[in-house]
Design a protein around this ligand. Structure first.
Ligand code: F0G
Length: 369
């Protein structure tokens, strides 16, 4: 009696690995060793305060229903874990000797963690001085071999593509198709939660793997009859790193959103296809707009996401303020990574704490709201 009771409790509490939950839609078999940290199944939060703010910005009543897909709650704090559980599991199935990636930080944190769990060596190549501290901390703690190159992300990606081939190690950037397969799961979860696809999906764009994966995921679900429509894909790049908007690679990308500081996205064609097939848009947001959205998200909704993540919400604010969004519709904004990845940026963007004497009198003086 006792035993069966506890078994039941245990079973309901265990979160399923992403690969198990979506096994029917993923290229895995009984022979695939599932390497998981219980990724995915992230919150989809209705953002009512943000909706009211958008109406003020628009200067008219709006009936937009806005949801935040908060990917920062993944095990390593970003959406990368969805693709990495697939990439590392398949690499292990194929008898890998080690894995390698270039990264603006989150991919390396995720690759390092999943490789540690799989017991395979992991090499990560980062642009020197350009990744947020939290991400570097994660990679080194998981025992990855971290190599910082004097060059940007695009150069690092060129190097690892060549190195992976020469050394017969597995490349786990999103040019690895299993990464894209796993990342499709975010759009499946959204449809499962809302009962259908949203009308608009706003998403930050860097190397362009995620917008590509989301679009493919939405199309899969439509084809299987799990949804009745497709969303318009709305991608946002940082203004100083917007090759897809400019129509040409950017040699020296610039933005404080280091995660998307990318001048020549590997999934260029996938992003353009997502935009065109969905009748969507890919636009730019300035660093100021990114920081404004970053602060609004935390201040209005209690959702702390890293600056690059806020590019989706910055894009929504921009289009609403320009009168380029319809009055009603269902909108999902992806927030790609956790705010704690980049604590320095948060502190720089806020007022410092007030320092007072340790007396009740001094404290009381500060408690005027
Ligand atoms: N947001 C965050 C927080 C990211 O880390 C990335 C990409 C993106 C958005 C853009 O996604 O590349 O699929 O268009 N980070 C990669 C990395 C490049 O190395 O961690 P994308």
């Amino acid at each position: 009696m006792m035993d069966s009771h506890f078994t039941a409790v245990r079973e309901t509490r265990v979160k399923q690995p992403l690969i198990e939950r979506f096994r029917a839609y993923l290229p895995v078999s009984d022979k695939t060793p599932v390497i998981t940290l219980q990724e995915g199944d992230t919150p989809l939060l209705r953002a009512s305060n943000l909706e009211r703010h958008l109406a003020r910005v628009a200067g008219r009543s709006l009936a937009l229903e806005v949801h935040l897909k908060y990917e920062g709650t993944n095990p390593t704090g970003s959406f990368k874990d969805r693709g990495m559980t697939m990439a590392i599991s398949k690499a292990l199935e194929e008898g890998t000797r080690g894995v390698i990636c270039a990264s603006t930080g989150n991919t390396s944190a995720s690759a390092a963690a999943y490789a540690a769990r799989a017991g395979v060596p992991c090499f990560v190549v980062i642009p020197d001085g350009n990744i947020a501290m939290g991400k570097l901390a994660q990679a080194v703690m998981a025992g990855a071999r971290v190599i910082a190159v004097r060059g940007n992300f695009d150069r690092a990606l060129e190097l690892v593509r060549e190195a992976a081939e020469k050394r017969s190690i597995t490349l786990v950037n999103s040019v690895n198709p299993y990464r894209i397969d796993g990342q499709k799961s975010a759009s499946w979860e959204i449809v499962d939660s809302l009962g259908d696809a949203p009308d608009f999906h706003f998403i930050p764009v860097g190397n362009a793997g995620n917008i590509t994966a989301h679009w493919l995921g939405y199309r899969d679900y439509l084809q299987r009859g799990k949804s009745g429509k497709l969303p318009r894909m709305m991608g946002f790049q940082a203004a100083g790193a917007a090759p897809l908007v400019d129509g040409a690679p950017v040699a020296a990308p610039k933005t404080l959103a280091t995660a998307i500081k990318i001048g020549n996205p590997a999934s260029w064609d996938g992003a353009i296809r997502a935009r065109d097939e969905s009748k969507g848009r890919i636009c730019k947001v300035t660093d100021d707009e990114i920081i404004e959205a970053y602060k609004l998200l935390a201040g209005l909704e209690g959702v702390f996401a890293e600056p690059a993540s806020a590019a989706s919400v910055a894009g929504l604010l921009q289009l609403v303020s320009r009168g380029e969004m319809p009055r009603e519709g269902v909108v999902v904004c992806t927030l790609t990574g956790h705010g704690l990845k980049d604590p320095e940026r948060a502190i720089q963007s806020s007022l410092p704490p007030r320092v007072v004497e340790a007396t009740l009198e001094a404290l009381s003086g500060e408690l005027q709201s």
